[in-house]
Design a protein around this ligand. Structure first.
Ligand code: LRH
Ligand code: MN
Ligand code: MN
Length: 389
Protein backbone atom coordinates (compact mmCIF):
# COMPACT_ATOMS: atom_id res chain seq x y z
CA UNK A 1 0.00 0.00 0.00
CA UNK A 2 2.74 2.38 1.02
CA UNK A 3 4.82 1.73 -2.09
CA UNK A 4 1.81 2.31 -4.31
CA UNK A 5 0.76 5.43 -2.43
CA UNK A 6 4.21 6.94 -2.70
CA UNK A 7 4.21 6.36 -6.45
CA UNK A 8 0.68 7.66 -6.95
CA UNK A 9 1.23 10.77 -4.84
CA UNK A 10 3.68 12.04 -7.43
CA UNK A 11 1.81 10.90 -10.52
CA UNK A 12 0.01 13.47 -12.64
CA UNK A 13 -0.96 13.29 -16.27
CA UNK A 14 -1.92 16.02 -18.73
CA UNK A 15 -5.01 15.63 -20.88
CA UNK A 16 -5.42 17.06 -24.40
CA UNK A 17 -8.09 19.57 -25.39
CA UNK A 18 -8.56 17.70 -28.68
CA UNK A 19 -9.56 14.52 -26.82
CA UNK A 20 -12.86 16.24 -25.96
CA UNK A 21 -13.55 17.55 -29.45
CA UNK A 22 -15.01 15.84 -32.47
CA UNK A 23 -12.10 14.21 -34.24
CA UNK A 24 -11.94 11.24 -36.53
CA UNK A 25 -9.94 9.52 -39.19
CA UNK A 26 -9.03 10.84 -42.62
CA UNK A 27 -12.12 8.99 -43.83
CA UNK A 28 -14.55 10.88 -41.64
CA UNK A 29 -15.84 11.55 -38.18
CA UNK A 30 -18.50 9.86 -36.09
CA UNK A 31 -19.86 12.95 -34.41
CA UNK A 32 -20.84 13.00 -30.75
CA UNK A 33 -23.48 15.36 -29.46
CA UNK A 34 -21.50 15.88 -26.23
CA UNK A 35 -18.29 16.88 -28.00
CA UNK A 36 -16.67 20.13 -26.88
CA UNK A 37 -16.32 22.75 -29.55
CA UNK A 38 -15.19 25.81 -27.63
CA UNK A 39 -12.14 26.22 -25.46
CA UNK A 40 -14.45 26.84 -22.50
CA UNK A 41 -16.18 23.49 -23.04
CA UNK A 42 -12.78 21.80 -23.19
CA UNK A 43 -11.77 23.39 -19.87
CA UNK A 44 -15.12 22.33 -18.37
CA UNK A 45 -14.63 18.71 -19.49
CA UNK A 46 -11.05 18.68 -18.24
CA UNK A 47 -12.25 20.00 -14.86
CA UNK A 48 -14.71 17.12 -14.68
CA UNK A 49 -11.95 14.56 -15.35
CA UNK A 50 -9.79 16.24 -12.69
CA UNK A 51 -12.64 16.29 -10.16
CA UNK A 52 -13.09 12.53 -10.66
CA UNK A 53 -9.44 11.47 -10.74
CA UNK A 54 -7.54 14.24 -8.91
CA UNK A 55 -4.49 13.85 -11.14
CA UNK A 56 -5.15 15.87 -14.30
CA UNK A 57 -4.56 19.52 -13.34
CA UNK A 58 -3.40 20.66 -16.80
CA UNK A 59 -4.92 20.78 -20.26
CA UNK A 60 -2.76 20.67 -23.41
CA UNK A 61 -3.81 23.28 -25.95
CA UNK A 62 -3.40 23.23 -29.71
CA UNK A 63 -2.96 26.83 -30.83
CA UNK A 64 -4.89 26.69 -34.08
CA UNK A 65 -7.73 24.56 -32.71
CA UNK A 66 -8.10 26.33 -29.38
CA UNK A 67 -6.62 29.81 -29.65
CA UNK A 68 -7.30 31.19 -33.12
CA UNK A 69 -6.60 34.73 -32.02
CA UNK A 70 -3.14 33.88 -30.76
CA UNK A 71 -1.38 35.73 -28.01
CA UNK A 72 -4.28 38.11 -27.42
CA UNK A 73 -6.11 35.22 -25.73
CA UNK A 74 -3.70 34.87 -22.79
CA UNK A 75 -6.09 36.85 -20.58
CA UNK A 76 -9.01 34.69 -21.63
CA UNK A 77 -7.05 31.53 -20.85
CA UNK A 78 -6.18 32.88 -17.41
CA UNK A 79 -9.86 33.55 -16.79
CA UNK A 80 -10.76 29.98 -17.80
CA UNK A 81 -8.01 28.62 -15.58
CA UNK A 82 -9.44 30.51 -12.62
CA UNK A 83 -13.04 29.52 -13.40
CA UNK A 84 -12.38 25.79 -13.85
CA UNK A 85 -9.35 25.17 -11.62
CA UNK A 86 -7.41 23.71 -14.54
CA UNK A 87 -4.13 25.16 -15.81
CA UNK A 88 -3.08 25.44 -19.43
CA UNK A 89 -0.54 22.72 -20.10
CA UNK A 90 1.73 22.23 -23.07
CA UNK A 91 1.17 24.62 -25.94
CA UNK A 92 1.11 22.92 -29.35
CA UNK A 93 1.80 25.03 -32.43
CA UNK A 94 0.12 23.76 -35.57
CA UNK A 95 2.62 23.14 -38.36
CA UNK A 96 0.51 20.80 -40.45
CA UNK A 97 -2.87 22.21 -41.39
CA UNK A 98 -2.33 25.37 -43.38
CA UNK A 99 -2.44 25.00 -47.18
CA UNK A 100 1.03 26.49 -47.42
CA UNK A 101 2.47 23.50 -45.51
CA UNK A 102 1.83 21.09 -48.39
CA UNK A 103 5.59 20.71 -48.90
CA UNK A 104 6.56 21.29 -45.30
CA UNK A 105 6.67 23.94 -42.60
CA UNK A 106 10.11 24.55 -41.08
CA UNK A 107 11.67 22.21 -43.68
CA UNK A 108 9.84 23.77 -46.63
CA UNK A 109 12.14 24.75 -49.52
CA UNK A 110 10.44 28.16 -49.62
CA UNK A 111 12.20 30.47 -47.11
CA UNK A 112 9.07 32.62 -46.70
CA UNK A 113 7.05 29.60 -45.53
CA UNK A 114 9.83 28.50 -43.19
CA UNK A 115 9.86 32.00 -41.78
CA UNK A 116 6.09 31.98 -41.19
CA UNK A 117 6.28 28.55 -39.51
CA UNK A 118 9.11 29.75 -37.28
CA UNK A 119 7.14 32.87 -36.33
CA UNK A 120 4.17 30.69 -35.43
CA UNK A 121 6.35 28.58 -33.11
CA UNK A 122 7.77 31.74 -31.51
CA UNK A 123 4.27 33.15 -31.11
CA UNK A 124 3.27 29.86 -29.44
CA UNK A 125 6.21 30.18 -27.05
CA UNK A 126 5.03 33.72 -26.24
CA UNK A 127 1.51 32.39 -25.49
CA UNK A 128 3.06 29.73 -23.25
CA UNK A 129 5.13 32.37 -21.44
CA UNK A 130 2.09 34.65 -21.06
CA UNK A 131 0.02 31.91 -19.42
CA UNK A 132 2.97 30.51 -17.44
CA UNK A 133 3.02 27.19 -19.22
CA UNK A 134 6.41 25.48 -19.40
CA UNK A 135 6.37 23.25 -22.49
CA UNK A 136 5.98 23.93 -26.19
CA UNK A 137 5.31 20.61 -27.92
CA UNK A 138 6.47 20.49 -31.50
CA UNK A 139 5.23 17.96 -33.95
CA UNK A 140 6.89 18.65 -37.26
CA UNK A 141 4.76 16.80 -39.78
CA UNK A 142 7.06 17.67 -42.70
CA UNK A 143 8.13 15.12 -45.25
CA UNK A 144 7.63 14.03 -48.84
CA UNK A 145 5.77 11.32 -50.70
CA UNK A 146 8.13 10.47 -53.56
CA UNK A 147 11.87 9.74 -53.71
CA UNK A 148 14.04 12.51 -55.08
CA UNK A 149 11.34 15.17 -54.87
CA UNK A 150 12.75 16.94 -51.81
CA UNK A 151 16.29 17.36 -50.49
CA UNK A 152 16.40 15.34 -47.28
CA UNK A 153 19.80 16.76 -46.37
CA UNK A 154 19.10 20.45 -47.01
CA UNK A 155 15.88 20.15 -45.05
CA UNK A 156 17.92 19.05 -41.99
CA UNK A 157 19.78 22.35 -42.09
CA UNK A 158 16.57 24.35 -42.45
CA UNK A 159 15.03 22.62 -39.44
CA UNK A 160 18.16 23.26 -37.38
CA UNK A 161 18.02 26.96 -38.23
CA UNK A 162 14.37 27.28 -37.37
CA UNK A 163 14.51 25.32 -34.12
CA UNK A 164 17.53 27.33 -32.99
CA UNK A 165 15.56 30.51 -33.65
CA UNK A 166 12.74 29.17 -31.48
CA UNK A 167 15.18 28.19 -28.75
CA UNK A 168 16.63 31.69 -28.75
CA UNK A 169 13.12 33.05 -28.10
CA UNK A 170 12.42 30.83 -25.07
CA UNK A 171 12.30 32.43 -21.65
CA UNK A 172 14.21 30.80 -18.79
CA UNK A 173 12.45 27.67 -17.52
CA UNK A 174 10.58 27.12 -20.77
CA UNK A 175 11.19 23.95 -22.73
CA UNK A 176 10.66 22.91 -26.32
CA UNK A 177 9.81 19.25 -26.87
CA UNK A 178 10.59 17.69 -30.25
CA UNK A 179 8.16 14.91 -31.17
CA UNK A 180 9.06 12.32 -33.81
CA UNK A 181 6.91 10.15 -36.03
CA UNK A 182 8.05 7.89 -38.88
CA UNK A 183 5.01 8.08 -41.15
CA UNK A 184 1.81 10.02 -41.84
CA UNK A 185 1.00 12.47 -43.29
CA UNK A 186 4.10 11.93 -45.45
CA UNK A 187 4.60 8.47 -46.87
CA UNK A 188 8.10 8.40 -48.36
CA UNK A 189 10.24 10.37 -45.93
CA UNK A 190 9.39 12.22 -42.73
CA UNK A 191 11.84 14.90 -41.65
CA UNK A 192 11.76 14.01 -37.93
CA UNK A 193 11.19 10.29 -38.25
CA UNK A 194 12.71 8.81 -35.10
CA UNK A 195 14.23 9.51 -31.70
CA UNK A 196 17.74 9.87 -33.12
CA UNK A 197 16.68 12.70 -35.40
CA UNK A 198 14.60 14.32 -32.66
CA UNK A 199 17.50 14.05 -30.23
CA UNK A 200 20.01 15.61 -32.60
CA UNK A 201 17.61 18.44 -33.46
CA UNK A 202 16.97 19.05 -29.76
CA UNK A 203 20.69 19.04 -29.02
CA UNK A 204 21.50 21.43 -31.82
CA UNK A 205 18.69 23.76 -30.73
CA UNK A 206 20.00 24.15 -27.19
CA UNK A 207 19.79 23.09 -23.53
CA UNK A 208 16.06 23.82 -23.12
CA UNK A 209 15.10 21.35 -25.85
CA UNK A 210 14.11 17.73 -25.14
CA UNK A 211 12.60 14.77 -26.99
CA UNK A 212 8.90 13.89 -26.79
CA UNK A 213 7.98 10.21 -27.14
CA UNK A 214 4.52 9.54 -28.55
CA UNK A 215 3.91 5.82 -28.06
CA UNK A 216 1.92 5.59 -31.31
CA UNK A 217 4.82 6.93 -33.36
CA UNK A 218 6.95 3.82 -33.79
CA UNK A 219 7.33 0.90 -36.14
CA UNK A 220 5.67 -2.26 -34.92
CA UNK A 221 8.64 -4.16 -33.54
CA UNK A 222 10.42 -1.16 -32.05
CA UNK A 223 11.43 -1.45 -28.41
CA UNK A 224 9.99 1.79 -27.01
CA UNK A 225 11.16 1.20 -23.44
CA UNK A 226 14.73 0.92 -24.69
CA UNK A 227 14.39 4.31 -26.37
CA UNK A 228 13.05 5.65 -23.07
CA UNK A 229 16.01 4.17 -21.17
CA UNK A 230 18.46 5.88 -23.54
CA UNK A 231 16.72 9.24 -23.47
CA UNK A 232 16.63 9.15 -19.67
CA UNK A 233 20.29 8.20 -19.55
CA UNK A 234 21.10 11.18 -21.77
CA UNK A 235 18.86 13.53 -19.76
CA UNK A 236 16.99 14.20 -22.99
CA UNK A 237 13.52 12.87 -22.24
CA UNK A 238 11.03 15.72 -22.10
CA UNK A 239 7.82 13.75 -21.89
CA UNK A 240 5.31 11.40 -23.40
CA UNK A 241 2.21 11.39 -25.50
CA UNK A 242 0.48 8.21 -24.35
CA UNK A 243 -1.97 6.28 -26.48
CA UNK A 244 -2.22 2.73 -27.74
CA UNK A 245 -2.40 1.20 -31.16
CA UNK A 246 -2.65 -2.02 -33.02
CA UNK A 247 -1.55 -0.94 -36.49
CA UNK A 248 -0.20 2.58 -36.79
CA UNK A 249 -0.87 5.87 -34.98
CA UNK A 250 -4.33 4.66 -33.97
CA UNK A 251 -4.80 6.96 -30.93
CA UNK A 252 -6.61 4.23 -28.98
CA UNK A 253 -6.96 4.60 -25.23
CA UNK A 254 -3.69 3.81 -23.50
CA UNK A 255 -3.22 0.25 -22.34
CA UNK A 256 -6.21 -0.95 -24.35
CA UNK A 257 -4.17 -3.15 -26.71
CA UNK A 258 -0.91 -3.79 -24.88
CA UNK A 259 -0.86 -2.77 -21.21
CA UNK A 260 2.44 -4.65 -20.74
CA UNK A 261 4.09 -2.14 -23.08
CA UNK A 262 3.26 0.82 -20.86
CA UNK A 263 4.22 -1.16 -17.76
CA UNK A 264 7.64 -1.74 -19.33
CA UNK A 265 8.01 1.97 -20.10
CA UNK A 266 7.12 2.92 -16.52
CA UNK A 267 9.58 0.32 -15.27
CA UNK A 268 12.44 2.07 -17.10
CA UNK A 269 11.39 5.35 -15.50
CA UNK A 270 11.32 3.87 -11.98
CA UNK A 271 14.56 1.98 -12.73
CA UNK A 272 16.46 5.21 -13.35
CA UNK A 273 14.94 6.85 -10.27
CA UNK A 274 12.92 9.21 -12.45
CA UNK A 275 9.50 8.31 -11.01
CA UNK A 276 7.70 11.47 -9.99
CA UNK A 277 10.20 13.67 -11.81
CA UNK A 278 8.57 16.90 -12.92
CA UNK A 279 10.97 16.92 -15.86
CA UNK A 280 9.09 14.09 -17.55
CA UNK A 281 5.74 15.40 -18.73
CA UNK A 282 3.19 12.59 -18.83
CA UNK A 283 0.55 13.53 -21.36
CA UNK A 284 -2.30 11.73 -23.05
CA UNK A 285 -2.59 12.23 -26.81
CA UNK A 286 -5.74 10.49 -27.95
CA UNK A 287 -8.62 11.25 -30.27
CA UNK A 288 -11.70 9.31 -29.31
CA UNK A 289 -13.82 8.45 -32.26
CA UNK A 290 -15.93 5.54 -30.99
CA UNK A 291 -15.83 5.82 -27.19
CA UNK A 292 -17.54 8.65 -25.33
CA UNK A 293 -14.90 11.32 -24.85
CA UNK A 294 -15.21 11.81 -21.09
CA UNK A 295 -15.39 8.08 -20.45
CA UNK A 296 -12.36 7.40 -22.65
CA UNK A 297 -10.34 10.06 -20.86
CA UNK A 298 -11.23 8.87 -17.36
CA UNK A 299 -10.55 5.28 -18.36
CA UNK A 300 -7.14 6.29 -19.72
CA UNK A 301 -6.13 8.20 -16.62
CA UNK A 302 -7.15 5.32 -14.36
CA UNK A 303 -5.29 2.80 -16.53
CA UNK A 304 -2.16 4.96 -16.51
CA UNK A 305 -2.29 5.08 -12.70
CA UNK A 306 -2.75 1.32 -12.48
CA UNK A 307 0.22 0.59 -14.74
CA UNK A 308 2.41 3.19 -13.03
CA UNK A 309 1.58 1.64 -9.65
CA UNK A 310 2.27 -1.89 -10.90
CA UNK A 311 5.67 -0.84 -12.22
CA UNK A 312 6.44 0.76 -8.84
CA UNK A 313 5.78 -2.60 -7.19
CA UNK A 314 8.64 -4.43 -8.90
CA UNK A 315 11.04 -5.78 -6.30
CA UNK A 316 13.97 -3.90 -7.79
CA UNK A 317 16.79 -5.08 -5.46
CA UNK A 318 15.72 -8.68 -6.04
CA UNK A 319 15.41 -8.12 -9.77
CA UNK A 320 18.90 -6.66 -9.90
CA UNK A 321 20.31 -9.69 -8.08
CA UNK A 322 18.59 -12.05 -10.48
CA UNK A 323 19.76 -10.04 -13.48
CA UNK A 324 23.32 -9.96 -12.21
CA UNK A 325 23.39 -13.71 -11.89
CA UNK A 326 21.54 -14.11 -15.22
CA UNK A 327 18.76 -16.19 -13.72
CA UNK A 328 16.53 -15.59 -16.68
CA UNK A 329 13.28 -17.26 -15.74
CA UNK A 330 13.38 -16.07 -12.14
CA UNK A 331 14.14 -12.52 -13.27
CA UNK A 332 11.29 -12.58 -15.74
CA UNK A 333 8.91 -13.98 -13.12
CA UNK A 334 9.99 -11.31 -10.62
CA UNK A 335 9.21 -8.67 -13.27
CA UNK A 336 5.90 -10.27 -14.23
CA UNK A 337 4.85 -10.71 -10.60
CA UNK A 338 4.35 -6.98 -10.32
CA UNK A 339 2.48 -6.81 -13.61
CA UNK A 340 0.00 -9.45 -12.47
CA UNK A 341 -0.73 -7.81 -9.09
CA UNK A 342 -4.21 -6.42 -8.84
CA UNK A 343 -3.56 -2.87 -7.67
CA UNK A 344 -7.16 -1.77 -8.07
CA UNK A 345 -8.23 -2.30 -4.42
CA UNK A 346 -5.22 -0.25 -3.26
CA UNK A 347 -6.04 2.45 -5.77
CA UNK A 348 -9.57 2.60 -4.43
CA UNK A 349 -8.18 3.10 -0.89
CA UNK A 350 -5.77 5.74 -2.16
CA UNK A 351 -8.63 7.64 -3.77
CA UNK A 352 -10.91 7.34 -0.75
CA UNK A 353 -8.30 8.74 1.60
CA UNK A 354 -7.94 11.72 -0.73
CA UNK A 355 -11.64 12.44 -0.93
CA UNK A 356 -11.89 11.18 -4.50
CA UNK A 357 -14.47 8.75 -5.87
CA UNK A 358 -13.20 5.17 -5.53
CA UNK A 359 -14.34 4.31 -9.04
CA UNK A 360 -14.01 7.42 -11.24
CA UNK A 361 -15.71 5.80 -14.23
CA UNK A 362 -18.75 4.77 -12.20
CA UNK A 363 -18.77 8.22 -10.59
CA UNK A 364 -18.78 9.83 -14.04
CA UNK A 365 -21.85 7.78 -14.99
CA UNK A 366 -23.60 8.62 -11.72
CA UNK A 367 -22.78 12.33 -11.99
CA UNK A 368 -25.04 12.86 -14.99
CA UNK A 369 -22.37 15.16 -16.46
CA UNK A 370 -22.35 13.52 -19.87
CA UNK A 371 -26.15 13.66 -20.11
CA UNK A 372 -26.07 17.33 -19.13
CA UNK A 373 -23.48 18.37 -21.72
CA UNK A 374 -25.20 16.22 -24.33
CA UNK A 375 -28.40 18.16 -23.76
CA UNK A 376 -26.58 21.50 -23.68
CA UNK A 377 -24.41 20.92 -26.73
CA UNK A 378 -26.67 18.79 -28.92
CA UNK A 379 -28.46 21.60 -30.62
CA UNK A 380 -25.40 23.71 -31.31
CA UNK A 381 -23.40 20.68 -32.50
CA UNK A 382 -26.34 19.64 -34.70
CA UNK A 383 -26.01 22.85 -36.69
CA UNK A 384 -22.61 21.80 -37.98
CA UNK A 385 -23.42 18.13 -38.64
CA UNK A 386 -26.27 16.07 -39.99
CA UNK A 387 -26.16 12.92 -37.88
CA UNK A 388 -24.49 12.11 -34.60
CA UNK A 389 -24.67 9.74 -31.66
C1 LRH B 1 0.53 13.65 -34.45
C2 LRH B 1 0.22 13.96 -33.02
C3 LRH B 1 0.88 15.26 -32.57
C4 LRH B 1 -0.24 16.24 -32.76
C5 LRH B 1 -1.42 15.42 -32.23
C6 LRH B 1 -2.77 15.96 -32.49
O1 LRH B 1 0.14 12.36 -34.80
O2 LRH B 1 0.57 12.89 -32.20
O3 LRH B 1 1.25 15.20 -31.23
O4 LRH B 1 -0.06 17.43 -32.09
O5 LRH B 1 -1.19 14.16 -32.85
MN1 MN C 1 1.47 13.17 -30.27
MN1 MN D 1 0.12 10.96 -33.08
Amino acid sequence: MEQISRALDTFQIEIPSWGFANTGTRFGKFQQAAAASTIEEKFADAAQVHALTGVTPTLALHVQWDLPQGVKDAGAIKALEAKYGIRAGSINPNLFQDQEYKFGSIANPDPAIRERATSHMIESAAIAAAVGSRDISLWIADGSNYPGTQSISRRIGWMEESLSALHAALVPGQRMLVEYKPFEPAFYHTDVADWGMALELARSAGPQARVLVDTGHHYQAQNIEQIVAWLLHLNALGGFHFNDRRFADDDLTLGSIDPYQLFRIFHEIHEQGAGGSADIAFMIDQSHNIKGKLEAMVQSVVTAQELYAKAALIDRPRLRELQDSSRTVEAEECFRDAFWQDVRPTLRDWRRTRGLPEDPLAALRESGYVERITAERRERNAKSISTYA
